[in-house]
Design a protein around this ligand. Structure first.
Ligand code: IDP
Ligand code: MG
Length: 144
C-alpha cells in the first residue's frame, strides 16, 4: 500500500471536473483519505513548486495555481503513486493518451487539470503542505 498526493488545479475546478477526477481515481481502486477545497497562499504555492524554481515556466506555474480554488487530496492504495500518474496522463496534454484526465480534458501544458506526486519522496513532501496528520488520521479512523 502507498499513500500519495494529488490536486485538482484551478482549471479543473473551473471546468467542473472535481467529481470526474475523483471518480477516475476511485475507479482505479484508490481510496480518498484526505480532501479539501481551498485557495493556496503564495507561500504554499512556492513550496509545492519549489523543485521547479528557476525553470522558464516557474512564474506562470505559480500564478496559475494561485488563480482560483484547488482541490488537494490524499489517496491510498496499491501502487497509488503510479496509478495516479497513469490516470492523470502525460504532463503535456498533446502527448497524453485518450482515456487519461489530461488527454480527455486539457489543451495546453500550463493548464493540465491535475497535479500528482511523482514519487514517494514527493508525496511525503507535498501532503503536509496541505494536510495536517489529524486531517488524514481522522479519515482513517472513519474506516475510509
Ligand atoms: P507533472 O505535473 O506531470 O508532474 P512537472 O514536470 O512536475 O509535470 O511540471 C509541473 C507542472 O508545470 C506541469 O503540470 C505543467 O503544468 C507545468 N509545466 C511543466 N513543463 C512545462 C513547460 O515546458 N511549459 C509550461 N508549463 C510546464
Ligand atoms: Mg511533477
Amino acid at each position: 500500500m502507498e499513500t500519495t498526493f494529488s490536486m485538482v488545479k484551478p482549471d479543473g475546478v473551473a471546468k467542473n471536473l472535481i467529481g470526474e477526477v475523483i471518480k477516475r481515481y476511485e475507479a482505479a481502486g484508490l481510496k480518498v483519505i484526505g480532501l479539501k477545497l481551498t485557495k493556496l497562499t503564495r507561500e504554499k504555492a512556492e513550496e509545492l513548486y519549489s523543485i521547479h524554481k528557476g525553470k522558464p515556466f516557474y512564474d506562470d506555474l505559480v500564478e496559475f495555481i494561485l488563480s482560483g480554488p484547488v482541490v488537494p487530496m490524499v489517496l491510498t492504495g496499491e501502487y497509488a503513486i503510479a496509478k495516479v500518474r497513469d490516470v492523470m496522463g502525460a504532463t503535456d496534454p498533446k502527448q497524453a493518451a485518450p482515456g487519461t484526465i489530461r488527454g480527455d480534458f486539457a489543451e495546453e501544458i500550463g493548464q493540465n487539470i491535475v497535479h500528482g506526486a511523482d514519487s514517494l519522496e514527493s508525496a511525503k513532501r507535498e501532503i503536509p503542505i496541505f494536510f495536517s496528520g489529524d486531517d488524514i488520521i481522522r479519515a482513517r479512523l472513519n474506516k475510509c
